[in-house]
Design a protein around this ligand. Structure first.
Ligand SMILES: [Zn+2]
Length: 339
């Protein structure tokens, strides 16, 4: 079984976007009392939104199942206030639940959290619990910068985040570290802000004892780990200069990387530098990079091709990357699939 651990519902029916536009419009009226409201989206509309996109690509590319979450750039935690994020996150997660209910063989859910700048992440606990216990989701996406490119909150290793980590540990769910849109014009969202977020959090982890406090807490750093694998020597050296333990010992029981790197040399570097035990197959298909690479004639985000083409990768490591690491990092996956 080949599991893609990183997919977003980028093709959700138009009515979801229209809801969000209305919600943003209403923010202009300071007297407006926010309400959750409802969405009129039929099961057929959901089927149509997936059949010629993610489901078609699963079939064409030979992947079996996608760990699926709301559109990351759409999370927009910087927009509005706590109530805005709460209602928006609930509706987006309910859409993912409907997708997973319609296609239980193809999708397993991961939730968006109702983060908001300056608001303690304690406010995310109830939605995480609802998604895991009621919907059977197996993880969450956690935005290290809800201010959208201005990094105004405390680092992810600060005790500010601990109540959420306590709940993640209790529920045995990991978080994919995933920023959303950038409202800082210096940072293109998917080209700079995403990779900054991945790299920044890894460096925060090097300087902290977070995993001493939470030995079973797990983070997936997506997009191939940002700049981390390419600069592994730099990070090892910085850790050494700071008197920190070797990175393997310090972080690799808790930190994992995905394969959303859109060319073969990049994937090879990732696989050479990071142990196979810490790599999860992912494509983020129909996501940040939708085009076809004229050099290969295939989609950039067809990441399975790059892995398939690496002849020095052992079958045992391939199996870990495509399948068994998911069971380790997302312990609830086996429960869902078994049940
Ligand atoms: Zn993503």
């Amino acid at each position: 079984m080949i599991i893609d651990c990183h997919g977003h519902y980028t093709t959700a029916p138009q009515a979801l976007d229209e809801y969000r536009q209305r919600q943003i419009e209403e923010l202009k009226d300071a007297a407006h009392v926010p309400r959750k409201g409802t969405l009129a989206i039929s099961d057929d509309q959901i089927r149509e939104s997936l059949e010629n996109a993610q489901l078609k690509l699963q079939r064409e590319r030979g992947t079996d199942l996608t760990i699926f979450s709301p559109k990351a750039i759409g999370m927009g935690h910087h927009i509005g206030n706590e109530a805005t994020s709460k209602y928006w996150s609930e509706l987006c997660n309910e859409m993912i639940h409907r997708v997973c209910t319609l296609y239980p063989e193809n999708f397993v859910g991961v939730c968006q959290l109702p983060q908001s700048p300056g608001v303690r992440p304690t406010n995310c606990v109830a939605e995480l619990e609802r998604c895991v216990r009621e919907f059977g989701f197996i993880g969450c996406n956690l935005n290290p910068d809800p201010s959208g490119g201005y990094w105004q909150g405390p680092p992810m290793t600060d005790k500010w985040w601990y109540p959420l980590y306590e709940k993640m540990v209790e529920l045995d769910v990991p978080a994919m570290i995933h920023v959303s849109g950038s409202c800082n014009p210096n940072f293109h969202a998917t080209g700079a802000h995403y990779l900054n977020g991945d790299t920044t959090v890894f460096m925060q982890l090097i300087t902290s004892n977070l995993f001493k406090d939470f030995p079973t807490l797990k983070f997936i750093i997506p997009h191939g780990g940002g700049a981390v694998p390419y600069h592994w020597g730099r990070y090892r050296g910085i850790a050494q200069d700071l008197g920190r333990p070797p990175l393997q010992e310090l972080l690799l029981d808790n930190v994992f990387f995905d394969t959303c790197v859109y060319h073969k040399p990049g994937i090879e570097l990732l696989l050479k530098v990071i142990p196979a035990d810490n790599i999860l197959f992912a494509s983020e298909m129909v996501g940040a990079v939708k085009g076809i690479d004229p050099e290969t004639g295939f989609h950039y985000d067809h990441t399975k091709r790059y892995i398939d083409a690496i002849d020095w990768l052992s079958d045992a490591d391939r199996e870990k990357i495509f399948h068994t690491n998911v069971q380790k990092v997302y312990p609830r996956f086996s429960t869902i699939q078994g049940g």
